[in-house]
Design a protein around this ligand. Structure first.
Ligand SMILES: Cc1cc2nc3c(=O)[nH]c(=O)nc-3n(C[C@H](O)[C@H](O)[C@H](O)COP(=O)(O)OP(=O)(O)OC[C@H]3O[C@@H](n4cnc5c(N)ncnc54)[C@H](O)[C@@H]3O)c2cc1C
Length: 371
């Protein structure tokens, strides 16, 4: 036996699980195919819950070089109406940007500091459960064995597919394209913009400000809205060249990285939290925990990772089912309902108009979206 718990994947879900376990005195091995720091296709946006959870874990976010607190955000309705929102001040922060390269690396460091044995650059290629042991094989590393394992290995979850021949081929409903942009001037250098363009509803396009005239810019949409990866990349390029982007980001804003496309798994199901043997728990994108309305999944990854870690530390993996249902399932259903409403251009336009009725409605709307 190599550890009490084996964690596969060292994104936010894996690190949160590993840190929770190690701080409970468990022996933990966490393995990722990547070497950190590594990029992850993401908007890099941290809303209220993610900011609180990261602070509670002990991450000193404001010390990270890419940290950017966003005090003002503007939602733009399908009809072009602006809804300005206060997303923070020095006392309460509801939106901040930190690159995933920095965030995930600092979480891995925290896990190592907590006593987790972290193995980088080793890809899981097979796994099985026999008797009381989970055995996983990693390319270039060999076998690791533990009585419990946590699959925090992202949208495609290779661990789930290795354990279950019947796991349905994943067809994620959402996908998104993003690139880093440099040369940003004007409002886009300090404010976030979220455009609800009619052709991507219930999805949206975004520009999130970063230090030194950079921004994280992207478009997220249901796959059925346009098609495959080629369509979403072209939609992203149209956004960057559009008058509205030039108006907010300035004429010199140009892509500074390749455009990446990645699925957004929102199909959270209780039945996917545990494998049949009840020795493997899944967390984060591996259970489709991402918010179906906003596409944000960092907070959900941290939350499910921590819950999976707690249940494993207590030696009661099945308690994870109730804990995840309590904290996630109802909220997930409500956000899915709102996302379904947002498919309608007129409802999206009306929703933004009502939210902008006065300062109180704008503040409630801000809390609902970001907190
Ligand atoms: C374009 C885009 C924009 C987004 N914007 C936001 C945003 O602004 N805010 C927000 O909160 N969320 C956002 N999300 C969602 C967010 O990125 C995910 O929900 C989050 O990364 C989930 O974390 P995780 O730890 O579950 O998985 P991941 O972060 O995907 O981590 C999984 C880890 O598993 C490892 N792994 C995979 N396969 C193997 C293998 N075979 N062997 C070993 N290791 C393996 C990977 O290397 C990776 O490190 C966005 C997603 C997309 C696609």
């Amino acid at each position: 036996m190599d550890a009490d718990v084996l964690v596969v994947g060292a994104g936010p879900a894996g690190s949160a699980a590993a840190i929770t376990l190690a701080r409970s005195g468990k022996r933990v091995v966490m393995v990722d195919r990547a070497h950190f720091p590594r990029d992850k296709c993401c908007g890099d946006g941290l809303t209220g819950p993610a900011l609180r959870q990261l602070t509670d874990l002990g991450v000193r976010l404001a010390d990270l070089p890419s940290w950017q607190h966003v005090e003002r955000s503007v939602f733009v309705s399908p009809s072009g109406r602006d809804l300005p929102l206060r997303t923070g001040d020095e006392h309460k922060k509801l939106l901040a940007i930190v690159t995933r390269a920095e965030l995930d690396a600092v979480l891995v460091d925290l896990a190592r500091d907590a006593g987790v044995r972290v193995i980088e650059g080793a890809r899981l290629d097979s796994a099985s459960v026999a008797g009381e042991m989970v055995t996983a094989h990693f390319a270039g590393l060999g076998e690791l064995r533990a009585p419990l394992a946590i699959g925090a290995d992202g949208a495609w979850s290779p661990l789930r597919r290795a354990l279950d021949d019947d796991a349905p081929a994943q067809q994620h409903k959402w996908h998104a394209a993003r690139a880093y942009v440099r040369g940003v001037r004007g409002p886009g250098s300090s404010e976030a913009f979220v455009w609800f363009d009619a052709d991507v509803l219930p999805g949206y396009a975004w520009s999130f400000p970063m230090p030194d005239g950079r921004a994280n810019v992207g478009v997220g949409a249901l796959r059925e809205a346009g098609g495959g990866g080629g369509w979403i990349v072209r939609r992203f390029e149209q956004l960057l060249a559009s008058d509205k982007a030039v108006e907010k980001l300035g004429a010199d804003a140009v892509a500074d990285s390749r455009t990446m496309v990645w699925p957004i798994p929102t199909d959270f199901k209780r039945s996917r939290l545990l494998d049949r043997s009840h020795r493997v728990l899944f967390a984060g994108d591996a259970v489709g925990a991402t918010d179906p309305m906003t596409g944000e999944g960092i907070a959900e990854a941290l939350q499910t990772g921590e819950l999976a870690g707690r249940a494993s530390a207590a030696g009661r993996p099945r308690s994870y089912l109730a804990a995840a249902r309590r904290t996630l399932a109802g909220r997930h259903r409500r956000r899915q309902f709102c996302s379904d409403l947002l498919r309608s251009r007129s409802l999206a336009t009306a929703g933004i108009r009502v939210a902008g009725t006065n300062d109180w409605t704008a503040a409630q709307f801000t809390r609902w979206i970001f907190d």
